[in-house]
Design a protein around this ligand. Structure first.
Ligand SMILES: Cc1cc2nc3c(=O)[nH]c(=O)nc-3n(C[C@H](O)[C@H](O)[C@H](O)COP(=O)(O)OP(=O)(O)OC[C@H]3O[C@@H](n4cnc5c(N)ncnc54)[C@H](O)[C@@H]3O)c2cc1C
Ligand SMILES: NC(=O)c1ccc[n+]([C@@H]2O[C@H](COP(=O)([O-])OP(=O)(O)OC[C@H]3O[C@@H](n4cnc5c(N)ncnc54)[C@H](O)[C@@H]3O)[C@@H](O)[C@H]2O)c1
Length: 499
């Protein structure tokens, strides 16, 4: 029986990051993958959907410029776009694979073996691997990391056939851009694909959520901007209604809504996408002799360690945020816990996120909604992209940024949201300041390159410090500065409290 220091089950971003970190400790590592190296970090997931988004943005921009000149856009074929998506995912997979092949070279100290097959934990120290040809192998290991990820959640009354009613795993089964598509679930995946399909311009998108608004976890000012742009782009957002049924009838998707006033309405579209969250892949993973505790949100763990001391769980298989950066963080942390001497606990307070919408939305730290729920007072400054020279030069002035700080003289940064072009790049500086538990003074004083989007952040910081170049009381349409105190907003500009 082959023996390893560590067996990592699942080669998505979390498992891959864990395996690579174990090499830093000169350990003998086995990485097992049941489907495709890269997991949802690449396939039907993060990289593929972002490539769809980037391509859809380019097409939408070209169409806009051609329209301005009174010219028609040539027809873009689905298959050609799909091939570009495939090139991107293949390119990334080849990189990941080449690292493994190099590290698998027995002549070098670091040693990793990659096996394709379904892993099953027989005992806390033995793992059975079943290959596609049904051959089986059992290996022995000191430690195990479970990184088997998640899959789309299904609803009991709606059958996903991946032909007419799709999950996010089925987008690539499409043969052409559908003329119409309803998206059920207006969370991150639903809104990102609504953006992609409406950007390409061939699909009339309908959007439904069980909540009162799209992206229910985001602040209303952010959501309003995204909703307005959806509607400008011909997306139909169903409001004040609930879905009664959805089924395939005569090769089309029929769905019925009931509105708050009791009225019912029937719609027919070509395709449907169901994006109502994801569920952890915990089935058929361990035997009864391995008492791993779990609930319907995933494997229960303490700082990645499961109820079986030599078995850790990381990434989407746990109930923490389902993101590539979180999976990688957890994968690396688990290895440090196992082989290192760290006693630092994982910290999710300062996670940067980005949603690929129209425009993109980046965030770090708390939003206003979360702080209000916690009962925390704060100050918040917002600045329109129309005040940022780089955005003007790019003619992408649709957006705004807001910085949220503590409501005291220290003005420690609590969070930030940026809605607009290059949003993700601009939050990094703020993420660092939060990490360092710093106030905004540093940001106000730095010399930023010009023209850059980060100059907008600098101006926000200066507004809060009362020393801005753009005087907020003279630019009231583009700048707000207020405090949330004891359950209501106080306008800091009106009261002249900051200048
Ligand atoms: C459409 C979509 C878009 C997304 N966009 C983003 C984004 O922009 N940014 C972001 O940060 N996150 C994004 N995510 C989330 C991100 O993809 C996941 O959080 C991330 O992939 C989780 O990584 P993981 O390694 O934990 O799991 P996965 O990526 O799901 O990988 C798990 C792997 O384990 C394998 N496996 C399962 N069971 C077994 C077994 N028994 N034996 C062997 N192997 C097994 C699976 O085949 C899979 O390859 C997106 C997700 C989706 C679906
Ligand atoms: N850019 C990114 O970082 C990115 C992109 C895509 C996915 N992801 C990750 O993948 C995860 C899963 O994405 P998701 O969009 O599937 O989940 P989600 O939790 O973001 O959204 C699910 C949506 O479905 C709605 N919903 C649930 N049940 C419903 C029902 N019966 N009828 C109608 N609506 C219903 C919810 O109200 C919610 O708005 C995300 O939480 C995120 O962690 C991240």
């Amino acid at each position: 029986m082959e023996k390893y220091d560590l067996c990592v089950i699942g080669a998505g971003p979390s498992g891959y990051a864990a395996a690579m970190r174990a090499l830093d400790y000169n350990k003998k590592v086995l990485l097992v993958e049941g489907k495709k190296l890269g997991g949802a970090g690449l396939w039907n997931g993060a990289l593929s959907s972002k490539t769809w988004w980037e391509l859809s943005r380019q097409i939408s921009t070209v169409r806009h410029h051609l329209n301005l000149q009174g010219k028609d856009m040539p027809r873009i074929r689905f298959k050609e776009v799909y091939n570009e998506v495939l090139n991107a995912t293949n390119m990334r997979q080849a990189q990941l694979l080449s690292q493994i092949q190099y590290a698998g070279n027995k002549d070098i100290d670091e040693n990793i073996t990659f096996k394709e097959g379904k892993a099953y934990i027989d005992t806390p120290h033995t793992v059975k691997i079943t290959c596609e040809d049904n051959s089986e192998e059992v290996i022995e290991t000191e430690h195990i990391i479970i990184a088997t990820g998640s899959r789309p959640r299904q609803l009991p009354d709606i059958e996903i056939d991946e032909e007419y009613i799709l999950s996010s795993d089925g987008i690539e089964h499409l043969r052409d851009f559908p003329k119409s598509m309803v998206i059920l679930g207006a969370g991150v995946i639903g809104c990102e694909y609504a953006t992609v399909f409406s950007n390409f311009g061939y699909t009339k998108v309908h959007l439904i959520d069980k909540g009162d608004r799209i992206l229910p976890f985001e602040d209303p000012d952010v959501v309003n901007r995204i909703e307005n742009n959806f509607e400008k782009n011909n997306v139909l957002i169903h409001r004040k209604s609930r879905l009664i049924r959805m089924e395939v009838v005569d090769d089309r998707v029929e769905y019925e809504l009931e509105y708050h006033n009791g009225r019912k309405q029937l719609f027919t579209v070509e395709k449907a996408l169901v994006s109502v969250g994801r569920v952890p892949n915990i089935e058929n993973l361990w035997s009864e002799s391995v008492p791993i505790e779990f609930d319907d949100r995933g494997i229960i763990n303490n700082d990645t360690q499961t109820s079986v001391p030599n078995i850790h769980a990381v990434g989407d298989i746990t109930s923490d945020m389902a993101l590539v950066n979180i999976g990688e963080l957890e994968g690396r942390h688990a290895v440090d816990q196992i082989f290192g001497s760290t006693n630092k606990e994982l910290n999710y307070k300062n996670v940067s996120t980005i949603m690929f919408l129209n425009p993109e939305v980046a965030g770090v730290g708390f939003n206003e909604q979360q702080l209000k729920d916690k009962g925390t007072d704060y100050r918040v400054v917002t600045l329109d992209y129309e005040c940022i020279p780089r955005a003007i030069a790019r003619q992408l002035t649709d957006g705004f940024m807001k910085i949220i700080v503590t409501d005291d003289p220290d003005m420690k940064i609590l969070g930030m949201r940026v809605v607009g072009f290059s949003a993700s790049a601009s939050i990094e500086a703020i993420a660092l300041l939060i990490h360092m538990n710093q106030g905004i003074e540093q940001m106000a004083e730095l010399v930023h390159p010009h023209p850059s989007i980060t100059e907008g952040i600098q101006e926000c910081a200066r507004i809060l410090c009362g020393k801005s170049i753009l005087k907020p009381h003279l630019l009231k349409e583009h700048v707000t500065c207020k405090a949330w105190r004891s359950g209501e907003y106080v306008d800091l500009l009106k009261l002249n409290l900051i200048e």
